[in-house]
Design a protein around this ligand. Structure first.
Ligand SMILES: [Zn+2]
Length: 534
């Protein structure tokens, strides 16, 4: 099966960019440019693209695939769907009827400082909407949530109890629980609910969860994704869908560190097919930026104040890294605050001392407050940084409030590239939308929702921004030989766009339309019928 793309602008992200045609044969790229026509067989199909742009399939190097699939079924409490608490209550009320008995009524996507009320909803707000069964509302960061009274009871939280380890419970002026749960206990609750609800699903339900996620990502042009939170049940679900030949995008699993022994014994470690691999391990070193729980030096000037939460001391983290490295895993550590990044770099430094560079490509996920001395250290160690440019337009004003003096230095993309750091782009969806074009725009503009530019010197040229989501992300998942650019022999993962992001007005990059998404030569999404159906 051969397909010639013609009358296109082909952005290869490799030498010889900007040619007009490409030949796809048996799921791989056979030729790019003038040779395309000459190399094709007489019976090849031809798609004339009318000047549309073809770019490599976009890669989301850090997102939460199963969470996206799971939350796709929850009440949408993000904006514009829910601009204030009454709208959140309405969305939750609508969700009651479709929530199976035994599961919690679930909403997701709110950001307290964007709500009209400018505060977290409380248990009382949720009780008004869902009085008689447990309900949970997840913050968009997935570092906080709100429970109603029935859920607080079922979770075992009581007025007057101390904060659980690694987290905090919100309280009203009288000291009663207000329903808001931060960090450690929040992760445990999300975990419990996700695991519980997946365990209730039959094969078809699990396949639906994976396919819901797949549809969401491929409509945005994403052809490969690193799942930053892979566990036994979700890796099993990915494998089931992969066995049926239906897994898209390609998934690279970052398996949560406490499930590594299971992974080693499961037969699912490593490359399972060209759609599914699990060879990396995920560790969380600290909290989140938008929940102001990233571990920093100094204290936050905004609630919940404090210096953030560090989950491991240096020695303990170093031992974990040493063990996983010796077992051949790539290690990916969530680190946002400067205190956490410093701890992670110390652990990596101790383990990599004496090895040539960073052969397993150990990563820092996010790298928010990576200030100049930490950049120098990360570059010297060859650490890969996987970051989220799309946070600027969605969460950037909250960052500016939390870091009034250092907002310009957060997510320093320009400095990373100048220091020679291998950087990759990602979304952290469902924390924000997975739309990579929005991420590319934000890497170029670094402009917050309210319009302030954070760190003009850290802005990227559009080509460098696109590289984060193509070549850079492929490198971060050890697959630069197969994906990330359009070159003969590579897998035919590509996206057809109505405009070229490299010469569009930066303001317009986020509005570029995905016309088609192709994985391994097969169109998996088309908004306009420009390619022959697979
Ligand atoms: Zn994440």
């Amino acid at each position: 099966m051969e397909l010639i793309l013609e009358d296109a602008v082909v952005v290869t992200m490799a030498a010889g960019s900007g040619t007009g045609s490409m030949l796809v044969r048996d799921g791989r790229i056979a030729a790019v440019g003038r040779q395309a026509r000459a190399s094709a067989s007489p019976g090849a199909m031809v798609a004339r693209l009318g000047g549309a742009t073809v770019i490599p399939g976009l890669i989301d190097a850090h997102c939460h695939v199963s969470d996206v699939g799971y939350l796709a079924a929850a009440a949408d409490c993000s904006q514009p769907s829910a601009p204030g608490i009454p709208a959140i209550q309405a969305r939750l009320r609508e969700a009651v009827g479709r929530t199976p008995e035994g599961s919690w009524v679930t909403g997701s996507g709110y950001v307290e400082y964007k709500l009209r009320e400018g505060r977290h909803p409380t248990r009382a707000d949720l009780d008004e909407a869902v009085p008689d069964r447990p309900a949970v509302l997840y913050h968009t960061s997935l570092h906080a949530c709100v429970l109603n009274t029935a859920a607080l009871r079922e979770a075992g939280f009581e007025d007057g109890q101390p904060d659980p380890p690694g987290g905090a419970l919100g309280r009203d002026r009288a000291g009663r629980l207000d329903g808001v749960v931060y960090e450690g206990p929040m992760f445990a609750l999300f975990e419990r609910n996700l695991r519980h609800d997946i365990a209730q699903m039959d094969d078809a339900g699990r396949a639906r969860l994976v396919k819901n996620a797949g549809r969401y990502f491929t409509e945005l042009g994403v052809t490969s994704a690193c799942d930053a939170d892979t566990r036994r049940d979700t890796l099993t679900a990915f494998a089931e869908v992969d066995d049926a030949g239906a897994l898209q995008p390609r998934i690279y699993g970052l398996v949560v560190h406490d499930q590594v022994d299971w992974l080693a014994a499961s037969g699912l470690r490593g490359r399972r097919s060209d759609r599914l691999a699990a060879e990396a391990v995920k560790i969380w070193a600290d909290g989140g930026m938008s929940s102001r729980t990233a571990a920093i030096h100094g204290t936050y000037p905004v609630p919940p104040y404090g210096s953030g939460i560090l989950f491991f001391e240096r020695d303990e983290l170093t031992e974990m890294v040493r063990d996983l490295d010796s077992r051949g895993f790539q290690i990916c550590i969530h680190a946002q605050g400067d205190r956490a990044i410093e701890t992670v770099l110390a652990a990596y430094g101790a383990v990599l001392a004496g090895s040539p560079g960073n052969p397993r490509r150990h990563r820092i996920e996010h790298g928010g407050a990576m200030y100049p001395p930490l950049i120098t250290r990360a570059a010297a160690l060859g650490i890969v940084v996987v970051s989220q440019p799309g946070f600027f337009s969605t969460l950037g004003d909250g960052f500016a409030a939390a870091f009034p003096d250092r907002g310009d230095q957060l997510y320093p993309f320009g400095s990373w590239l100048r220091a020679g750091i291998a950087a990759a782009g990602s979304s952290d969806a469902p924390v924000i939308t997975a739309d990579p074009l929005m991420g590319i725009r934000d890497a170029v503009l670094r402009r917050t929702g309210e319009g302030r530019v954070l760190g003009p010197a850290e802005r990227l040229a559009a080509g460098d921004a696109l590289a984060l989501y193509t070549r850079g992300a492929a490198f971060a998942m050890h697959r630069e030989g197969e994906i990330g650019s359009l070159e003969p022999g590579k897998l035919a993962d590509f996206v057809v766009l109505d405009k070229n992001p490299l010469d569009a007005d930066p303001e317009q990059i986020g509005d570029i339309r995905v016309l088609a998404t192709v994985v391994g030569g097969t169109p998996v999404y088309q908004s306009a019928d420009i390619l022959p159906a697979g």
